[in-house]
Design a protein around this ligand. Sequence first.
Ligand code: ADP
Length: 568
Amino acid sequence: MPEELSNGQLRINELQAEVDRLNRRISELETDKNLPAAQRSDQTVEVTPIDQADITLRRLVQRIAMILQAEKIVIMFHDREIGELKGIPPAFGLDEVHLSTFRVRATHGISGKVYREGEALIYHDIEARPEAREESFGLLHVTNGVCVPLVIEKRDEENRVVEKSTIGVLHAFNKRHGEDFNEEDVRLLERMARNVGSIIANLQMYREVVEEKEELAQTFESLTSGLVLVSTEGRLSQINATARAVFQAPQDALGKHMHDVIKDAAVVDAIQKLIDGNDPGKVETYVVLGNSERIYESQFASVTGQDGKSIGVVAILADVTEIRSIDRMKSSFVAMASHELRTPLTAIKGFSSTLLEGLDDDIYGKDDQKEFLGIVVGECDRLRRLIDDLLNTSRIEAGESLSPNYGQVDVTDLIHKVAMVQKQATTKHTIKVEIENELPKLIVGDQDKLDQILTNLMNNAIKYAPNGGDVIIHARNEGKTLLLGVKDQGLGIPKDHLGKVFEKFHRVNNEDNRKIYGTGLGLFLVKHLVEQVHMGKIWCESEVGVGSDFMFRIPTDIDIEAAKQANQ
Ligand code: ADP
């Protein structure tokens, strides 16, 4: 060809030898056949091993500078997300700060033109290229240069190009010794650009794979459920933070045998069963995490590869502590409710049968009859209260209100009335009323529901102080709010139950409390009546063996309209 016979032929041959040497070196380094060769030039350019790709690329850039006798070499990569061409390392002849100024929209500048048109561009006088002003070449005192596209070609088995894409551009600036770049430099640069493109494309692909892998690992790690992946040989290939905590596995558990790192024999057995093709069932693990006892349920599944073969077992751990505790509470509630229903029924049946049998023979006098009937009526009231509690609980659960009936309430009067009624119910306890300062004559509230709150707290105070002691209703006028409370000298409540006693069905289940029957609904309803109906707040202070003080604060002047709105 005529231009190959020009007087530059000799130099091309020399330089060609250098390029071939580089290509051979790249081929030597090529080991990772898993990554697809992004490009194969007419000289054999294969994939550079990823761990050496950075070094190879840096050397290549240095060689390009040497061969082309260029002062500076810059690679610009097209960032698809932001539509910009950006200078990326390695560069030659400029530092990182200058490299970071290489940034231009893919539609602008010399870089944009070469990228868009896919054609090399050579310029001898930068001043004559207006596009150059859109870039930061001025900062680098560029006078002349050559820019070629970084093209990636995918070829089929017969070496035909099946896909071609441009991933950026490659710049060489300022030919040394005052010379100008020529067509021969362009061809050389184009050739070397294929190598550069190939390495960058693979590096990029590798980084994306690594990033995806890291993202996945991070996602696994931060899952609240536990996750463990075990190979068919029984070695751990994945274990996240939750699973490590539950199974007390060390941080460096990966690759180790499950026998050595999973501290729950039942789980190890289940995984082994599944590896052997048997049904592993489910396993529950009890652990103390922080200072709370938790129950984790592990479920197991086989993991199969694309070829349908088993590649291991995955165990997913779910925290079932709350579900188990609700289950437990529900069954103890059923036992309690049956007891609470049966006790009054037995009494009603017993006393009414006795009265019936005695009717004909006039066995029982008026006083006895009165006493028996009084008991029957009392037990009927107890039954009605229980049924009301159940109905009210289900109404609250369904999001319905307990139909407040607001009016003017004389609290002082109410407190004394409740105290009086309670005095009738016990001989063991001393019922006291302590009013700290003068209470407002009337407050806005629902009289019946305030009565219900105080009565319920008084009932509990008496019930949970089986050895008697003082039971005090106390009150304090705080201006816009009223603080009310019921204090006892009873069993007290353990610290970890304090917040939970207001939850439905929650009962303290220790030696002393077990003998005292209840449904665990009273305080749940009381909390609703204080907070939802009276816009207040309820809490409890208590010490085991010393006593409890249930206190609540309500506004003295509820905005009835707002309260009604909230209770609709
Ligand atoms: P119940 O009394 O029907 O069990 P509550 O909802 O009224 O249900 O109370 C829930 C739990 O709170 C009780 O089971 C008991 O363990 C605890 N509790 C309530 N009041 C007191 C109190 N004054 N002293 C000690 N424990 C109490």
